[in-house]
Design a binder for this molecule. Sequence first.
Ligand SMILES: Cc1ncc(C[n+]2csc(CCOP(=O)(O)OP(=O)(O)O)c2C)c(N)n1
Length: 342
Amino acid sequence: MATHTTNATRGQRKAAEGNTSVAERDPELLRRIYQIMVLTRAVEDRMVAMYKGGDLLGSLYTGHWHEAISVGAASTLRPDDYLAPIHRDLGAHLWRGMEPWQVMASFMGKATSPTGGRDGTLHYGRLDLGIYNLPSHIPANFPVATGMAFAARYRGEDRVCLAFCGDGSTSRADFHESLTIASVQKLPNIFVIENNQFAYSTPLSLQSSSESFAIKAVAYGIPGVKVDGTDALAVHDAVAEAVGRARAGEGPSIVEGVTMRMHGHAEHDPADYVPHAMYEEWAKKDPVELFESVLLDAGVIDADKAKQVREEARQLAIAARRKALADPMPDASTVEEGVYAD
Ligand SMILES: Cc1ncc(C[n+]2csc(CCOP(=O)(O)OP(=O)(O)O)c2C)c(N)n1
């Protein structure tokens, strides 16, 4: 099995092969990726304001500058595939059909949230959309993802399971255990590592001595590729290739997307440990703006359409906040429901 690890983005390599033209791609898919990236940013910006305004119960984790990874990766899946996201992946939830108000309702502990108000932050999922609720312990979604992939194969289904984790999560034992079982069993898994330079306050230099996270794939005998995580098409293409292999029974892959965590670990964290120059550098690589420019340059959207998409996203986020605020808290008498088997 070929194992390739490269620093070139998938987009760059495809460009070199001469088949990456934006014009050759499905314009509907491109517009949908753009729309969900814009919506993700709008919803998270609104939730940051809600956090500051005291609307939310717990802390708020956002995925600013992760939009190209979460949406680029999720957009490669079939609706019946499985998704095991983390706290940076609102874009993947929204791609699958999670409603923005449901996300807000979750951070408010509302009865209408996907967890019925049993959680005041981000442990929401929707099994009807194939989205597994993320466990708090990271990357505990990885062993679950291998289980989902195993179940799919056991049942004779050709579903795949896409799971995300951060750079810090790769240092945990469950990362290694999951990669080991997935590779020896050739499970239909895709493991996306969101390298955002920090794991809370731990910088990459204290996290790993490897030249990349993708290169860790070599030890598992599986393909690993490192792509520009601010480039939605680079992520999409790399993950699509991995999905193709997984669905064909060729086993799991690692895709590393390199980006920056542009907010604190969560909104309570001022992240004073991040050198200011890093923010200045990465501010030039806003994935939403970069993708918008690509689509504008290729004529897939025009300036009016971009304005319309942004305004619609803003209005959707405003309406979502209004609904989530108005929704009821759980009825205290139901507190034991869902705790014990009937
Ligand atoms: C096993 C475990 N240890 C610690 C935590 C607390 N915690 C939550 S996210 C996080 C940082 C994770 O870093 P990384 O995997 O790089 O993802 P990022 O938050 O940077 O996206 C920590 C320490 C946890 N949830 N689970």
